[in-house]
Design a protein around this ligand. Sequence first.
Ligand SMILES: Cc1ncc(C[n+]2csc(CCOP(=O)(O)OP(=O)(O)O)c2C)c(N)n1
Ligand SMILES: [Mg+2]
Length: 584
Amino acid sequence: MTDAERISNRPSGRMNGGRALAEMLRLAGVGPMFGMGGFQLLPFYDALAQLGMRHFLINDERCGAFAAEAYARVTNRPGVCDGTLGPGATNLVTGLIEALNAGTPMIALAGDTNRAHSWKNMTQECRQAEILRPAVKELIRVELTSRVPELLRRAFAVATSGRPGPVLLDVPEDVCHGEHDFAAEDFSIDPTTLSAPARRIRPDRADIARAAALIGRANRPLILVGGGIHLSAGYGALLAFAEAQSIPIAHTMSGKGGVACTHPLSTGLFGRYSRIANELIEASDCLLVVGCKLGEIATKRYALPPENIPLIHLDILAEEIGRCRPAPVALWGDARAGLEDLAEALADDGRRARAARAEYVGEIPVRMATWRGEAAPRLDSSERPIHMARLCRELNSALPADSILVADGGFAGHWTGLLYDTKSPGRRFIPDRGLASIGYGLPGGIGAALAAPQTPVVAITGDGGFNMTLGEIETARRAGIGLTIVVVNNAASGYVKALQHAMFRGRYQSSDLVEMDYAAIARAMGCAGIRVEDPERLGAALHEGLAERSRPTILDIVVTRDPARMLPAVDNRTVEIRQGDRVA
Ligand SMILES: Cc1ncc(C[n+]2csc(CCOP(=O)(O)OP(=O)(O)O)c2C)c(N)n1
Ligand SMILES: [Mg+2]
């Protein structure tokens, strides 16, 4: 059913607020929802059942928010989650901030107290609106049952416009349980607000002309893409522009997949960890930053890019431009629209630019091959416990081009951010870099798998992050999804332990985990579980996981326990940098 057909199928008559919420979400065509019930939102749950809408009980509302967030990243449609009064609502905070910082469209519902009894120590009562307000793009308190459709419309508009983000609807119990006579006209929604970006804004023409002049003069321009390229779905425009002008592309962890990592113009990850991109940044004479906040990790804690290199910053959020690094040319607008406009402005100069930069772009595959040669001992390592680089190499070989890899906040995200290769453009690498919480991998994998049921989905997580959210194995099994979960088992809060090794001469505190057999845990929970200690078994285990389509497979990968060898490279926070030093 198309959005337009669904939206024309309007209900009317007397119904409670919960039913009105569900009817609006049905019109909006939302995907599976995630939450845990409580008294306040029960009419909403009942309406979902009656309308046959998909909603998954989750074992922790934080995970519900993570799952909805990952669903939204895969589809660019708002993910939906809910929590009940008090602890349900406060558990949403981490997932909502992930969405806020990453610019992911979401709608969250929180049940609140019955206003006849508020502030009389109702069970679970707390100042949840105050707690949640800074975690979302907008918090909307629904004060009248009759206004449910209007305010849900507003929530979609806010979630998907400008820089997308999460919107929380705070719904008092009496508004959800209360009834109203609705007319069919009450139920409408603007179809353009059902996915991000709802609308596109183009940068100012004069700014485009200044940027084009700067790029036109550059011998070694470089594009730095962040997660905004996905929010804008600007893949075609990025590649067309980069190819027409012969400009290589580097990406942040969130920007991976803006262009396929296997494309000859891709220079890989830049920032804290890099293959060849950091060197290219330092040798560049013009940087075009697209949909990227230039935060701590992208800039190696503000050591990159050198101040003397002219920088053009294209971003949908005006106040993000120049926040961390002055941008002589500011392009305020949608990433795709901005790249299209730059391509048009420079269209007549393409032949000359490609000829002038032929040698420059020819360097990229050569440098990449040199890097690969240097990294080969790690990528091909047959050591036991398994080397993280070898695991990444096996992921590169086993995962087909259309697969999605969800990466958790610990080493899992950093190693795969550096070494995993996407083979086609698109949001196929999903790290939770908005807030970088550990514990995103499993629930994020659930959301991604439900968003793309035909697509192979792998979630890679640390053992610490996995411990945090183990209960969601039950959710994944109940959902019957063929998700493959790769647990990087280093029996440690590894990133912390590696930093303690580097900075405190091996004085470890609270960074060891007890040795666990996650494959056995998985089997006990009715899933497939494979423990892998031999790197030669990795490929077969991944294929087994990908072939299992109706229940999760947990691959328990025993990786290095040596904290001296856990980091993908030197982490520049552990090194005292003096002027003139080059670190990592
Ligand atoms: C919720 C949360 N708490 C703490 C941290 C800080 N932190 C970053 S990486 C890391 C280690 C996580 O251990 P694990 O998930 O096993 O991953 P590993 O680094 O061992 O691969 C921690 C604690 C965080 N990012 N998120
Ligand atoms: Mg660990």
